[in-house]
Design a binder for this molecule. Structure first.
Ligand code: ADP
Length: 271
């Protein structure tokens, strides 16, 4: 067992007696350490692009540069600004998820158009990174899911865009959704990327945990994607599974409970 941390106080208690009060503060301390780590991580993530931006501003102010070089600098500045925007957007998403109550299954959304959006996004991420990938999408026909559509879309598309980002040129990404016999829905993203060593897998959903920091940054990662996915999936009563081995690619799967899944009868699909 891990050592516990106790906070102990002594109080005078009647004639010649003392009362000893001991409180277990292990959890409080752990939460404080996590909070401090988080603030340090956020500060670091913001400082890096800011340093680069400030450097470019100074260069542009002090040097007379030819137009094309100036253009290149401005382009790199725009990239750093974009990076900070993405980071702030992800941070806001996380804090919104943490603060809001569990969604009811009142809102039902067809799965196929959500997957269509994921596919479009995947293609544009691949294009932006200059990669040619074999992309397959196999949606479950007629499936509807209950919950917050925008959150579920962001969970699905985070997994898909990770697969695209980490799979090298020429590889393949297969996205599938199917309703399992018991009525649960399984959404899977399989890639032929580098794979992930076992010791990293349990930590991937921690905020800012990355196996390879520079690889993540190069492809526009904030280190928050899987933390967002985990939150969304948990809020919807589902489960995130990760299967991966170095050199053998990765499979990320989201399972949603039957209560959040409906299938339209085939006749209704025609309309
Ligand atoms: P990031 O923005 O860094 O991608 P994520 O939270 O989405 O942050 O993922 C955390 C880490 O998990 C990544 O930095 C990467 O090391 C690893 N990872 C995620 N998806 C994959 C994948 N499909 N293949 C290999 N590694 C992955």
């Amino acid at each position: 067992a891990r050592p516990r941390k106790l906070s102990v106080r002594l109080h005078p208690y009647g004639e010649g007696r003392l009362l000893l009060l001991a409180r277990d503060v292990t959890a409080v301390e752990q939460a404080e350490v996590m909070r401090r780590d988080f603030v340090a991580n956020v500060s670091h993530e913001i400082r890096t692009p800011l340093t680069v931006l400030a450097g470019f501003v100074e260069t542009l102010q002090t040097l007379e540069l030819p137009a094309d070089e100036r253009g290149r600098y401005l382009q790199m500045m725009a990239q750093q600004a974009q990076r900070m925007q993405t980071l702030v957007a992800d941070l806001l998403t996380l804090s919104r998820l943490e603060g809001s109550p569990l969604p009811g299954a009142g809102e039902w959304t067809a799965l196929a158009p959500l997957l269509g959006q994921c596919e479009q996004e995947a293609r544009s991420v691949a294009l932006a990174l200059g990669k040619t990938l074999d992309l397959h999408f196999e949606p479950a026909p007629g499936a509807r899911i209950g919950g917050v559509a925008s959150e579920l879309l962001s969970a699905f598309s985070n997994l898909v865009s990770n697969a695209v980002r980490y799979t090298p040129d020429g590889g393949s990404v297969t996205v599938g959704a199917r309703v399992l016999p018991g009525g649960r829905l399984e959404f899977t993203v399989r890639d032929t990327g580098p794979g992930i060593a076992a010791e990293h897998i349990p930590r991937l959903t921690e905020r800012f945990y990355r196996v390879d920091r520079s690889r993540s940054r190069e492809t526009g990662g904030t280190g928050l994607g899987l933390a967002i996915v985990k939150h969304v999936v948990q809020r919807h009563g589902g489960e995130l599974r990760i299967e991966s081995r170095p050199g053998a690619g990765s499979t990320f799967a989201i399972e949603l409970p039957a209560a959040r899944v409906r299938t339209e009868p085939a006749a209704a699909l025609q309309g």
